[in-house]
Design a binder for this molecule. Structure first.
Ligand code: 3PG
Length: 221
C-alpha cells in the first residue's frame, strides 16, 4: 500500500488518493445495509480508496457507516457538485471528494474544509481552471466519451505536470492501455460493484473483481 496504516484525512493528498491502487471504484449504493459488507469486500481484494457517489438518498449514510465501521478503507464522496455537497461529505466522514466537473466555488469549499479533491475535467480550459487553484491530480471525465487515451496523450505536451484518473467507459479490457500512459496514475470505474452482485450479496465476487483490478497495473509493466 502506498500509505501507512495510520494515514488520516488530514494527511491525505489527491496524489495519494490516485496512487493507492490502479482503480478507484465508483460506487452507487441504494441500500444502506450493503455499505459495510461491500467496503469490506473491496478492502479484502486490495482496494481501499472507495468513491461513494452522492446519487442516492442513502449515499451520505453509507459514507458515514463505512467511515465508522471499516477503518481499513478510506471512503470518499463522488458526484460532489456544490459547496453544500462538500460540507455534507465532510460531516459524513468522507476522506476525499471527487467531482464530475470543476468550479472555483467547489474547489474553494473543499480547500476551506481541508477535503482533498479530485476535480473532474474534460477540456484543456477546465485543466487550466483547476491548475489555477492548485490542482494537478485530476479526474478525466467522461474519459472514453471525451477522447480516451488519444486525448490523454495530447495533454502530455502542454500539461506534463498533471496526473489523471480517467473515469467513464473504463473496463478491464481498456484499463491497461490507459494505465500504461505516463500521465495516468489510476482509473475509475463502476465495474467492481455490479448491481446484481450487490443485490445478491455476492461479496466474494466483488473481492475477486477488486483483486483482478489490483493486478491491472502489474499487467501493464
Ligand atoms: C460515473 O460517474 O458514473 C463513472 O464515470 C462511472 O462510469 P462507468 O460506469 O462507465 O465506469
Amino acid at each position: 500500500m502506498a500509505l501507512s496504516d495510520d494515514s488520516s484525512a488530514q494527511a491525505l493528498t489527491p496524489l495519494q488518493v490516485m496512487g493507492d491502487a490502479p482503480v478507484i471504484p465508483v460506487i452507487v449504493l441504494s441500500d444502506l445495509a450493503h455499505a459495510v459488507p461491500l467496503a469490506r469486500a473491496l478492502v479484502a481484494g486490495g482496494i481501499r480508496m472507495l468513491e461513494v457517489t452522492l446519487r442516492t438518498p442513502v449515499a451520505l449514510a453509507c459514507i458515514e457507516r463505512i467511515a465508522n465501521e471499516v477503518p481499513q478503507a478510506l471512503v470518499g464522496a463522488g458526484t460532489v457538485r456544490s459547496a453544500a455537497d462538500a460540507q455534507a461529505a465532510v460531516l459524513a466522514g468522507a476522506s476525499f471528494a471527487v467531482s464530475p466537473g470543476y468550479t472555483h466555488r467547489v474547489g474553494k469549499a473543499c480547500r476551506d474544509l481541508g477535503l482533498p479533491l479530485l476535480p473532474g475535467v474534460a477540456t484543456s480550459s477546465e485543466i487550466l481552471a483547476a491548475q489555477e487553484d492548485g490542482y494537478f491530480a485530476l479526474k478525466f471525465f467522461p474519459a472514453l466519451q471525451s477522447g480516451g487515451s488519444a486525448l490523454l496523450k495530447a495533454w502530455q505536451g502542454p500539461f506534463g505536470d498533471v496526473k489523471f484518473c480517467p473515469t467513464g467507459g473504463v473496463t478491464p479490457a481498456n484499463a491497461p492501455e490507459l494505465l500504461a500512459l505516463a500521465n495516468v496514475l489510476c482509473v475509475g470505474g463502476s465495474w467492481l460493484t455490479p448491481p446484481d452482485a450487490l443485490a445478491q450479496g455476492d461479496w466474494a465476487r466483488i473481492t475477486r473483481l477488486a483483486r483482478e483490478a489490483c493486478g491491472l497495473r502489474a499487467a501493464t509493466s
